[in-house]
Design a protein around this ligand. Structure first.
Ligand SMILES: NC(=O)c1ccc[n+]([C@@H]2O[C@H](COP(=O)([O-])OP(=O)(O)OC[C@H]3O[C@@H](n4cnc5c(N)ncnc54)[C@H](OP(=O)(O)O)[C@@H]3O)[C@@H](O)[C@H]2O)c1
Length: 332
């Protein structure tokens, strides 16, 4: 697969693999041995960028996703970039399911997190360490200072911010250069385009999470789709209701038309659209299936001209769409 550079010097495959779904948020977790086999298979297919987090896990093992990723990539770890995240913890007292996540980027919490992630990933340094959510109790300078310390100690080599906002990013970047932000970005969720000028100015990359609107943009989920409310967050996502399928008919048709023109799939068009916008955007679609890993990686080879990207944007600007899932329950 082609590669891209995040920040000044972090080389990753143009499409990364979001590993969350193997153990979290998209139904029953995949069997451990099978999950590690499939994550390793992604490397054979050309992926060199893998995304996980401290809080991706199961009820039985809330951190298992990092262990799976570490095990799967153990023999190729010097050839891949693994991103993981700190700064959220489960609110176990809430009594709600799924457990709400609480921002926590206190220095002592960061220390605990980094040691746990290094151990579970089986690495001596973390390639890209994202603050998962901004902690309203911590100034960006304090978090960036903690990152600078971890870089000096050799425990991480690059850092980033997830769901970053401009002021926070600027202040953090001034203390310790940020390599990438990781924000929700898809044809249905374009808020982060407002950040593009500042990303360009600072030389910060964008790792796009939920780039296919949680799978909706693949066009493979229609009316009557039912998800297990206990394990699958899609059960509560507004884009997967029967009404939403009707409301999004024009969007899905737009994807199908462009897919037919480019001999591609709607999933590939939804990724190629962002890949062709800026050379510093790297989507991390999540899938547990090998054929879909190959399909999504194929998006890096789909060329849309600037005129075609503009035409898609123009159509999206004026199109009626349903609401789209906006985030995990979080107590601020
Ligand atoms: N920073 C953050 O706060 C944050 C938040 C959410 C996610 N993330 C990261 O971003 C990654 C991707 O986001 P996401 O998983 O939420 O959303 P996504 O990549 O937009 O969609 C994933 C869903 O689409 C399905 N899918 C993937 N490729 C497909 C294809 N070619 N055809 C049909 N269905 C397909 C997957 O199902 P199957 O597995 O069954 O294929 C899965 O249910 C996550 O894995 C995680 O690493 C980060």
């Amino acid at each position: 697969m082609q590669t891209r550079t995040l920040g000044t010097d972090l080389t990753v495959s143009a499409v990364g693999l979001g590993c969350m779904g193997f153990s979290h948020a998209y139904g029953a977790p995949t069997d451990e041995a099978e999950a590690t086999r499939r994550i390793r298979r992604a490397y054979d297919l050309g992926y060199t960028f893998f995304d996980t987090a401290e809080v991706y896990g199961t009820a039985g093992d809330p951190h298992i996703n990092e262990s799976l990723v570490g095990k799967a990539l153990a023999d190729v770890k010097s050839h891949v970039v693994i991103a993981t995240k700190f700064g959220l913890r489960f609110d176990r007292e809430s009594g709600t399911v799924p457990l709400p996540l609480v921002p926590d980027s206190r220095p002592e919490a960061i220390r605990r997190s980094v040691e746990g992630s290094l151990r579970r990933l089986g690495v001596d340094h973390i390639d890209l360490y994202f603050q998962h959510r901004i902690d309203p109790c911590m100034e960006p300078e304090e978090v960036a200072g903690a990152m600078a310390d971890l870089i000096r100690e050799g425990k991480i080599t690059h850092w980033g911010i997830s769901e970053a906002k401009e002021d926070y990013l600027r202040r953090a970047h001034a203390i310790c250069p940020v390599t990438a932000v990781q924000n929700r970005y898809s044809m249905m969720a374009r808020r982060c385009e407002r950040l593009f000028p500042v990303l360009e100015e600072l030389g910060v990359g964008l790792v796009a999470f939920s780039p296919m609107a949680n799978g909706f943009l693949t066009g493979r989920y229609g009316k009557g789709e039912r998800f297990d409310a206990a394990t699958d967050y899609r059960a509560a996502m507004p884009q997967f209701t029967d009404e939403a399928v009707d409301q999004n008919a024009a969007l899905l048709q737009l994807l199908r038309d462009m897919a037919a023109e480019k001999h591609a799939t709607p999933a590939q068009i939804s990724l190629a659209w962002m890949l062709c916008k800026k050379p510093w955007i790297v989507p991390i679609p999540g899938t547990r299936k090998e054929e879909r890993m190959a399909e999504n990686a194929g998006a890096a080879g789909v060329a849309l001209t600037p005129g075609e990207v503009r035409a898609l944007d123009e159509a999206l600007d004026h199109m009626k769409m349903s609401a789209v899932f906006g985030g995990t329950p979080m107590r601020a």
